[in-house]
Design a protein around this ligand. Structure first.
Ligand code: SF4
Length: 188
């Protein structure tokens, strides 16, 4: 079913992001995963390869997943709020996110994860509508979603690329703790 959905998007023109894309960046990882990760949007490396989280931020994400005992190919299904790269890596516009929302919802409905990691504020804002809550406050908290699915916001790896400290309670330290907790709640 996911393959059909993926193929159906190859010619999608539902929002203006189709104009500059080289590839629709649909997903990576396992359709049978208990954990789904939703990021913001494809960047240049992702647009080129057609795979989410393969650039510098993706490599850092892989390191964190590995440290938390989460296998990228087996334990997690990765997608973005929009499937086509916004020009100059800008944030996707609300209208673009809305245009692609149905595709993301179908991915969630087919994969049926136990936990969804909302990676960064853009993904968080698509699911947690409280405008007062920031990613700094929300990260590591567990929010209830539909069908018993739990939502957990975490810092985006692009942010962590600028934060090198590994001190206790630094963004990197907190992210590792968040991912370890996510792994635990995904298996209960
Ligand atoms: S971002 Fe989504 S809605 Fe917009 S063109 Fe790409 S696949 Fe279609």
């Amino acid at each position: 079913m996911l393959q059909k959905l993926k193929e159906s998007l190859n010619n999608c023109t539902n929002c203006s992001l189709y104009k500059e894309r080289n590839n629709v960046v649909f997903s990576d990882g396992s359709e049978n995963a208990k954990i789904m990760l939703i990021g913001e949007a494809p960047g240049a490396d992702e647009d080129k390869s057609g795979i989410p989280f393969v650039g510098r931020a993706g490599k850092l994400l892989n390191e964190f997943l590995e440290k938390a005992g989460i296998e990228r190919k087996k334990d997690i299904y990765i997608a973005n709020t929009v499937k086509c790269r916004p020009p100059k890596n800008r944030k996707p516009l609300p209208c673009e996110k809305i245009a692609c929302e149905g595709n993301l919802q179908k991915q969630i409905d087919i994969v049926k994860p136990k936990v969804i990691i909302l990676c960064g504020s853009c993904a968080m804002e698509s699911f947690i509508k409280d405008k007062k809550i920031t990613i700094t406050k929300a990260r590591g908290q567990v929010f209830e979603y539909k069908d018993g699915i739990k939502l957990v916001p975490v810092f985006h790896p692009s942010y962590l690329l600028r934060k090198h400290s590994l001190e206790p309670n630094s963004p990197r330290d907190l992210t590792l703790k968040d991912l370890k907790m996510i792994k635990e709640i995904s298996v209960v």
